[in-house]
Write a protein that binds this ligand. Structure first.
Ligand code: PEP
Ligand code: MN
Length: 370
């Protein structure tokens, strides 16, 4: 077992008090190893029982208790042993030298648009499709998603193109009702700490894309992942999508530093969502390239052929042509670091129509959703 706590005794503590402190720790089920330290004693504890570290400060003679970072989320940190892991959904491989790109509309609205988008992103080399059917909107007056009927459209587009799909569940009751019909489950930022949802979703045993809450620090995010692993699902993909910060120049501030930081500590793949971080289509490709350069194991990107007609996140959607160009850049960047982009550029059934001339970048008239 890995050490989980460091405990420092007070200076000049007497031998009997020291012995009683060790006895008290052992009585709590902790395995204790003594390390002499400049006349004081430091104990390395392998935690054998769930004891809040602060409560150990009540034991006479103990001056300081330092939880090691692994102690909060031991299952997540243990994924680092044995090297980076790969989570697979069909031909989409995330991690271990493979990048997976998930693309599609923010929200499933019309079947025609979805089919067109799905064909376009498949042709460009996306390995999986995205599309929200249960939307978590800041306002109750905003479009809440098309529900089960929209899921039918998503499944049809997935079957038509051969792309597996991720969609968000936001209520534990949806798991029993619809879980069997899903390929991969997205946990939205606002539900990162919906622990009953996490536990229920874990039972499906399907890949879970766990978005970071916009106000969560990295440890809180990893603890949310710990819930999934603890419930028996190790197919967890972390998704950085930006955090709240100062300024309105971007929708959220993309925490690129979290990628190399986490790479050194956990084996779970990390995917980046530049769409929700940027909030504007113009900024998405640069953030996407930066994420790949920083070591991301994949991207999730919103794409729509007619963004001006959508009810959700219109401003940040890339046109299919923009997405296709970005995929070329992603392949080049991946190759520069000895990695490959998973999924195959395939000839898909049906015509791949590009965006209509009246929906070009220059004359889009879009409004911000969410
Ligand atoms: C989304 O993916 O459409 C979405 C709502 O993302 P987030 O949960 O990161 O805000
Ligand atoms: Mn969206």
């Amino acid at each position: 077992m890995r050490p989980t706590l460091l405990i420092l005794l007070k200076p000049d503590v007497s031998a009997p008090v020291r012995a009683e402190a060790v006895e008290a720790l052992r009585a709590l089920g902790l395995t204790v190893a003594e390390v002499p330290l400049e006349g004081r004693c430091l104990y390395v504890v392998t935690q054998g029982a769930a004891v809040p570290p602060d409560s150990l400060l009540r034991i006479p003679g103990i001056q300081k208790v330092v939880p090691l970072e692994e102690s909060g989320a031991p299952l997540v940190h243990a994924t680092h042993d044995g090297g980076p892991r790969t989570v697979c959904l069909g031909n989409a491989h995330f991690g271990g030298g493979s990048l997976g790109v998930i693309a599609g509309p923010c929200t499933v609205e019309s079947g025609d648009d979805l089919q067109q988008t799905a064909h376009a992103v498949a042709s460009a080399g996306a390995a999986a499709l995205r599309g929200g059917v249960f939307k978590v909107r800041t306002s109750p007056h905003s479009f809440q998603g098309g529900g089960a009927a929209a899921l039918d459209l998503l499944i049809a587009a997935s079957q038509e193109t051969g792309l597996p799909f991720f969609t968000e569940l936001n209520d534990p009751r949806q798991v029993a009702l619809l879980g069997d019909r899903l390929d991969g489950v997205q946990i939205g930022a606002r539900h990162m700490q919906n622990f009953p949802l996490l536990k229920e979703v874990a039972t499906l045993g399907k890949p879970v894309l766990l978005k970071r809450h916009m106000a969560a620090d990295v440890d809180e995010w990893l603890l949310a992942a710990e819930y999934l692993l603890d419930a028996g699902n190790e197919q967890v993909i972390l998704c950085e999508r930006g955090v709240k910060s100062v300024g309105r120049h971007v929708r959220s501030m993309l925490d690129l530093g979290a990628i190399p930081y986490l790479k050194r500590r956990v084996g779970l793949p990390i995917v980046v969502d530049p769409s929700h971080a940027a909030g504007h289509h113009d900024l998405v490709p640069d953030l996407a390239r930066a994420a790949v350069a920083a070591g991301a194991d994949g991207l999730i990107i919103e794409v729509h052929p007619r963004p001006e007609q959508t009810r959700c996140d219109a401003l940040q959607a890339l046109l299919p042509s923009e997405f296709s160009k970005l995929m070329g850049d992603v392949r080049q960047l991946a190759a520069m670091s000895g990695r490959t982009v998973s999924g195959t550029v395939r000839a898909v059934r049906g015509a791949v129509r590009e965006s209509a001339p009246d929906s070009d970048v220059s004359d889009r008239n879009r409004s911000v959703g969410a």
